[in-house]
Design a protein around this ligand. Structure first.
Ligand SMILES: Nc1ncnc2c1ncn2[C@@H]1O[C@H](COP(=O)(O)OP(=O)(O)OP(=O)(O)O)[C@@H](O)[C@H]1O
Ligand SMILES: [Mg+2]
Length: 287
């Protein structure tokens, strides 16, 4: 069971991009599937960005949940990003996403967290005190606050993360870049661990957003750092899981997979780069 949420507090530091990059880079583990969920009350962006339908998605999943969900039924509410990564898209209209999360965020978060064979990576957007995604987010095994290591982003986010830590199993930072403050400085001042640092890589981020060639993406510092972070978190959550280098494609993968696109095996298996590695070993802290 695993639910990992990416949140932000202020500005647009890259919560959506971090969730997307880490989900795409999540390793294939025997007997497990991975899923990206949009749960940002301000509305989803992935359907529009990648030309997917508005449904199925969060609204249909929440609607089905009222009748009682089965884990098999979950996949009826997913679509595929180009390349095969399954995603539950949120409506782009904030009022619809907000209503769905207000009504069902708590139940949905706990249900996803309890799935035995799925690793769920979610974008919960700006997690202010009145966010409708709070109960969804605090159901997570790990809630990551995405921030650039600048005073104006870290200070308010640290206070928020401290509050959230009282109702969440594990919290930590996902920093974007290393300037001006290092992860050591941030940990020392705020006492919250830096789980990982993703490269500050505008070109790599644009490549992921616009779907330029896989070759460029696979080499990008952002992708390499996402592979490192995803690998470390997967190891922490599932220390004994068998890694599949060449997972058997499912029927759906064969139908939709485009090797050039997000979630492709080539991207995920690019373990050799020099992207920024996770800061803190997570293995000893699994509960
Ligand atoms: N690791 C990164 N390096 C450089 N640029 C990035 C990175 N991640 C995201 N960006 C860029 O930052 C901008 C915001 O990214 P994104 O939409 O992921 O942020 P967000 O925190 O989800 O914002 P919002 O609060 O609007 O949902 C985009 O232009 C994106 O390309
Ligand atoms: Mg976002």
């Amino acid at each position: 069971m695993a639910l990992i949420c990416f949140a932000s507090q202020k500005g647009s530091p890259g919560a959506t991009m971090s969730a997307l990059a880490v989900a795409a880079a999540w390793p294939h583990l025997a007997g497990r599937r991975k899923l990206l969920v949009e749960a940002d009350p301000d509305g989803g962006v992935l359907a529009t960005r990648y030309g997917l339908g508005r449904e199925p998605g969060l609204l249909s999943l929440v609607g089905a949940g009222r009748q009682g969900m089965s884990s098999d039924g979950l996949w009826n509410h997913t679509q595929r990003l180009p390349g095969g990564l399954p995603v539950v898209v949120a409506p782009d209209r904030p009022e619809q996403t907000t209503a769905a999360l207000t009504a069902s965020g708590s139940v949905l978060g706990e249900w996803l967290q309890n799935l035995t064979d799925v690793d769920v990576i979610a974008d919960v957007g700006r997690l202010g005190v009145s966010s409708p995604a709070i109960q969804f987010a605090t159901a997570a095994d790990l809630l990551l606050m995405v921030a650039r290591p600048t005073a104006d982003q870290i200070q308010p986010a640290a206070e928020r993360l401290d509050t959230l830590s009282r109702s969440t199993k594990h919290v930590g930072w996902c920093l974007i870049g290393t300037k001006p403050y290092s992860s050591d400085e941030i940990e020392a001042v705020h006492g919250i661990r830096v789980v990982g640092t993703l490269a500050d890589d505008p070109k790599g981020a644009t490549a992921l957003e616009t779907g330029t060639s896989q070759h460029r993406r696979a080499r990008s510092p952002l992708v390499r750092s996402a592979v490192s972070l995803a690998g470390a978190m997967a190891e922490w959550l599932h220390p004994n899981a068998e890694h599949l280098d060449h997972p058997e494609p499912t029927e759906e993968d064969v139908e939709v997979a485009e090797p050039e696109d997000i979630g492709s095996g080539a991207l995920e298996s690019d373990q050799t780069g020099d992207g920024i590695a996770p800061e803190t070993p997570l293995a000893s802290e699994a509960s």
